[in-house]
Design a protein around this ligand. Sequence first.
Ligand code: ADE
Ligand code: ZN
Length: 348
Amino acid sequence: MGKKPMASDQHDLEDFIRRLPKAELHLHLEGTILPSTLVELSARHDARPITLPEAEALYRFTDFTGFLEAFKAVCQQLIGPEDYELAAWRMMQHLAAQGVVHAEVFVSVGVVYHWTTSSEQEPFEPIFASLERARERAVRELGLSIYWIFDAVRHFTVEEAERVFRKAAEMQPHYPSIIGIGLGGDERRAGSEPFRALYAEAACAGLRLTNHAGETTGPEAIREALAIGSERIGHALSAVKDFYLVEELKERGIPLELNPTSNVRTGVCHSFAQHPLRHYFDAGLLVTLNSDDPAFFGSDLANEFLLAHTQQNFTREELRRLAANSINASFLPALNKAEWLFQIDSIK
Ligand code: ADE
Ligand code: ZN
């Protein structure tokens, strides 16, 4: 038989990617809100709701600062529990449609607290109840499992991060879906060292520790994140500049949550083809592919897998290894990991 035409090859590969059980480990709930959903949210809250072209214009940032401003504007449209529930349920439907079987999702709890004064009643618990409703529905109707990671904003104050992490510790015994904590925001304005004691306290409370590092900053930011006990590193784009750091990440089996399209769209990496994904993978690092803020970057996890193939020549077997890495690097219990790994191996 002759070789099948290209379009059919691509279709086969897309189908293979969708059937591969995958975990998404670096995904911001707020970053999954599409312009169309933003319009809907604005119609709920604003006297003069934004139009779709205005919403689309907001997502056309050209650098990291512009991205953070757009992210903030979207967060400001998430006001009540019903807004969060809508966003969460849509996110979960989209995850399931891509063959994502498990996701560990950042919720910007730091943003919720930032906009409420201390005299107002606790704002986050009703919001969290709505997220849990969406999560339980996703387990029932989509067979999708979700863990929550409470994310603080590093360029706000340390006290604000403390409030976020203590809330996670306080709620976690009642909600096992709260798996850990993280730090996002602008690394150029705050590193990891100021949060050392808070990370230690969170670890003592049984929370898992993630951290954005080396996205807009150099390899020293990744070393600093490791020094405060971060278990997984988000982005780690600049590790490639430091041979000894790459060796350490490999030796310690530190999972990297890579986000290639995100890095291209925020202007910190020239192109997907030039992203260090391939370099790290070939060096034997525990790399995972993720979409970060897919609605802002016009991508999703399945598309990141496809781009790994088209832009960096990842073969089917290598894509299978990326899927296995995502399960291995997750915070799932060992038994669940073993089950998914078995299924990943069996996909034809
Ligand atoms: N919050 C949401 N997305 C982020 C990113 N890529 N970097 C830092 N903080 C974020
Ligand atoms: Zn992120």
